[in-house]
Write a protein that binds this ligand. Structure first.
Ligand code: CAO
Length: 479
């Protein structure tokens, strides 16, 4: 895949301009004064620093991160990549449960944890200890956003109700992931696959003749984390005008449904007749009352399918997704060696092709089986025919272009060594991503207590004795 070179000339020009630039960093979310006006045009003065050197997008935003497992951590990791100071609160001696789950290196934080908690700081606090509560109160006064994804009611049981938080810091945004929104299931605990099932994804994924299927993409957890991040940034933006925080809720069922919206579209289309782009239509199989599973049919108006390529007998990923896009039908016919299909009324129009999709894809597959998926990709793209190789995770991990863009990043960890993580998939031209390793449990406890919360060293000793930041002494407990 193509590589892009950085524009060195632009960067050099930018460095010169940077010398003249003002030193003040504009803290978007905390800005009290409006930015300086430009010469009479009424607009705020743009930064004189070159692109990429005026700080990170969320610089100045401080997050009290009470998240665990996957959905919440996805959200706060992304905010950290964007420049927010994310302070992850973990239970002393225990930490986020994922630190020890699916461990591949003995005694080191798992990849499950490290790939979801990069660029954050970790503080251990027992939120049920009196001194711990006092520390949390200071954090609430200092932070802009509290993010959590505890089971329903857990935050309240810690005493951190919305009323208490809003009274303590009226500017604070309280953002939550829950399994379900208000309704019959609102008190239920939810994990990824439950959300995929309850959000309409599983019933519409898989093959018609098989059971419902969950997908490998974590649309319930990571998908909802992304929704929450957008809610938080929107609330921060609104706070600039109102000066007050608000509650943000992203329910996993809602997040999955939002990603599966094309299937709710199809549900309504069913009332007006069969779904002609589903291959079961071409096969003469009647539709039921609900949207069926559509195998590898393309969800849009351009029929597509997965076809075998050379080596499929031994390589489970030797496949190509092929789309019979109508505007390039003529080119498809020429490339696969069926030139008569260009004018034959049985094949020439998208409508005529619909009942024959299975047979058409079988013919395309006969052709693609003569070449590797990469050769097929190259050939079809020369003719502007949309298609894509099925890439294995091994191929993705080794793909150089993803490293170049920072979508896949290698970071070094003090106990587990180097590992790959997914960097920021969202690219901002004026805000480089800040992708760093995950913190060790409690790595920044003292740093945050002293530098962020202003505790004196003598107070730290008292805090330690209180058990607020350390795990209970097992020998004392046994005595
Ligand atoms: N100090 C003291 N106690 C702490 C603490 C701390 N720093 N951090 C957490 N705890 C306590 C909580 O207060 C809670 O205690 P109580 O239930 O006694 O009040 C307890 O730890 C466990 O919290 P939990 O109920 O959230 O955790 P769980 O493992 O039982 O459930 C999950 C996990 C994910 C099912 C649940 O949190 C949930 O449904 N979350 C919302 C939906 C969600 O995000 N799901 C996606 C998870 S990723 O697949």
């Amino acid at each position: 895949m193509a590589k892009k070179k950085p524009n060195k000339a632009k960067a050099a020009k930018g460095k010169a301009a940077a010398k003249k630039s003002a030193r003040k960093v504009v803290k978007l979310a905390r800005a009290k004064k409006p930015a300086k006006k430009a010469n009479g045009n009424g607009l705020p003065k743009p930064s004189s620093k070159p692109y990429g050197q005026a700080g990170l997008a969320l610089q100045g935003v401080r997050i009290l991160d009470f998240t665990h497992v996957q959905s919440g951590p996805t959200c706060t990791q992304l905010l950290a990549y964007m420049g927010a100071d994310v302070i992850k609160v973990e239970r002393p001696g225990v930490g986020d449960i994922t630190r020890g789950q699916l461990r591949d290196v003995p005694n080191a934080d798992s990849l499950y944890f490290t790939m979801l908690n990069g660029s954050k700081r970790s503080i251990t606090i027992d939120s049920k200890n009196a001194k711990g509560k006092e520390i949390l109160e200071r954090l609430i006064k200092t932070c802009d956003v509290l993010v959590e994804n505890f089971a329903p009611g857990a935050l309240d049981r810690m005493g951190l109700t919305w009323e208490y938080i809003h009274k303590t810091n009226p500017r604070m945004i309280v953002a939550s992931v829950k399994g379900f929104g208000p309704g019959p299931y609102e008190d239920c605990k939810v994990y990824e696959n439950v959300a995929q099932c309850a959000g309409g994804s599983a019933s519409t994924t898989g093959f018609r003749e098989g059971p419902p299927l969950v997908t490998g993409a974590q649309i319930g957890d990571s998908g909802t984390g992304l929704h929450l991040a957008l809610g938080i940034v929107s609330a921060l933006y609104q706070r600039i005008r109102t000066g007050r925080g608000q509650k943000v809720l992203a329910a996993m069922q809602d997040g999955v449904l939002n990603l599966a919206r094309v299937k709710l579209r199809d549900q309504q289309r069913l009332a007006h007749g069969p779904l002609t782009e589903y291959s079961q239509y071409g096969e003469g199989i009647p539709f039921g009352v609900a949207v069926p599973r559509a195998g590898n049919d393309s969800g849009g108006g351009q029929p597509g399918w997965i076809v075998k390529c050379k080596g499929w007998e031994s390589d489970p990923d030797a496949y190509l997704y092929f789309i019979t896009q109508a505007p390039v039908w003529q080119a498809i016919c020429d490339v696969i060696g069926e030139p008569t299909w260009k004018t034959d009324p049985e094949y020439a129009t998208p409508k005529a092709r619909l009942p024959k999709l299975k047979q058409i894809f079988a013919r395309i597959e006969q052709f693609t089986m003569t070449m590797t998926k990469f050769e097929a990709m190259e050939l079809f793209n020369k003719h502007d025919i949309p298609c894509g190789p099925i890439l294995s995770m091994k191929e993705i991990a080794e793909e150089q272009s993803l490293r170049t863009t920072g979508t896949v990043v290698e970071v070094d960890h003090p106990t587990r060594g180097k590992y790959l993580t997914v960097g920021n998939p969202i690219k901002l031209s004026d805000s480089p991503a800040d992708v760093r390793r995950s913190p060790l449990l409690g790595e920044h406890t003292e740093e945050i207590l002293t530098k962020v919360l202003g505790y004196k060293l003598s107070e730290i000793a008292e805090i330690k004795n209180s058990g607020a930041i350390t795990a209970p002494d097992k020998s004392k407990a046994a005595a």
